[in-house]
Design a protein around this ligand. Structure first.
Ligand code: OGA
Ligand code: NI
Length: 361
């Protein structure tokens, strides 16, 4: 049986939080306000064994080269990366480096708008198409995160802030290219799961899939060992593609340890989200990750989430369920409801997924 707790109520009239960028820049801040203290114990050590903890690298060009032998080899590698890690670095992805850099630069300009200008984009509800804010869920958070964000729904309908000039056009092109990448990756993943090549694309009607563009800004933090950028969590969709400026900070959990994801240029990090875990009936697990902060330079990351259409009801692929040996491990839920649940959950890594997990298997 799935757990079925009631979601906590949202306090409606709490005051708005200041953006962390303004806080960081205000009058020579030397320590963080106490509500940003996340780590009370020394930070957990990061894995250092390069053999055991080197993140898999997938060469995208081999997936589309037209050479069947290369393709089947890379599909195997892709499957292994998904099973062993829940994510991978993606190289030779074909998205021009100049485009990625231009989008990151435009994000920086957006975050440099005055607080007054940004206020125009501060959406209030889960499905407001444009939301600019701070921390995780804003005023609901008990501990605040050292992070400002801009989140925009870019598919099936494209929305975008009209400032700075040209930002929308760049983002449109970037997001279109990422959808194409994700489709190819999901085709490879379908094959690896033993499903027909276009299974995920067709069954989940990716032509109307939900795509969410999130830009994260992590300003330098005077006490990085105490604060967190984003606490451990999994992403809701099928696959998230992450790009970043030259400053690292993303960490992924692997065999119980945190592993740093290097900020390599012209390379994406791709991670599995909860809905690919559900669809694969648990063969792949969504990746627990977090973002830490530093006291030297501003970090910007772009995390573009790709999911099914909002009204899709997702359950494990029938082909992967066998009532005796592989019973369905998750109960069906509408993607839109899942997103609503995730918005109101506290800082805890797999809380939302646990709501649809079948217990006592
Ligand atoms: C996210 C996320 C990590 C990062 O936006 O969901 O996990 O490195 N971001 O910014
Ligand atoms: Ni994430």
């Amino acid at each position: 049986m799935a757990t079925n707790q009631l979601a906590p109520e949202t306090p409606l009239h709490a005051p708005k939080l200041p953006l962390v960028k303004s806080l960081a820049e205000s009058a020579k801040l030397t320590s963080i306000p106490s509500n940003y203290t996340y780590f009370t114990n020394p930070i957990e050590p990061v894995a250092s064994d390069p053999e055991e903890h080197s993140i898999p690298v997938i060469d995208f060009s081999l997936l589309t080269s037209g050479d069947p032998a290369q393709r089947s080899k890379i599909i195997q590698d892709l499957g292994k990366a998904c099973e062993d890690w829940g994510g991978f670095m993606l190289i030779n992805h074909g998205v021009p480096e100049s485009l990625i850099k231009a989008v990151i630069k435009a994000c920086n300009e957006f975050f440099n708008l005055t607080d007054e200008e940004k206020k125009e984009f501060d959406g209030k509800h889960v499905f407001d198409p444009i939301k600019c804010g701070t921390s995780l869920h804003g005023r609901m958070d008990t501990v605040l995160c050292w992070r400002d964000f801009l989140k925009v729904i870019v598919h099936p309908e494209f929305h975008f802030p009209y400032k700075p000039t040209g930002f929308g056009e760049l983002a449109f092109e970037f997001c279109k290219r990422l959808r194409k990448l994700v489709r190819e990756l999901l085709n490879g993943i379908s094959e690896n799961l033993g499903l027909e090549e276009c299974y995920i694309e067709k069954t989940l009607d990716l032509d109307s899939g939900f795509q969410l563009f999130a830009a994260n800004l992590y300003p330098p933090c005077p006490q990085p060992e105490l604060a967190i950028g984003i606490p451990p969590h999994t992403d809701h969709g099928l696959l998230t593609i992450l790009a970043q400026n030259e400053i690292g900070g993303l960490q992924v959990q692997h065999n119980g340890k945190w592993v740093n994801v290097d900020a390599l240029s012209n390379c994406f990090f791709v991670n599995i989200g909860d809905h690919l875990e559900i669809l694969s009936n648990g063969k792949y697990k969504s990746l627990v990750h977090q973002a830490i902060v530093n006291n030297k330079a501003t970090r910007i990351s772009l995390a573009i989430a790709h999911g099914p259409p909002l009204d899709a009801i997702v359950s494990p692929a029938a082909e992967l369920v066998n009532n005796e040996s592989y019973p369905a491990a998750y109960v069906p839920m509408k993607y839109k409801e899942y997103l609503e649940l995730q918005q109101i959950n506290p800082l805890d890594s797999k809380t939302t997924l646990n709501r649809v997990r079948v217990q006592n298997l």
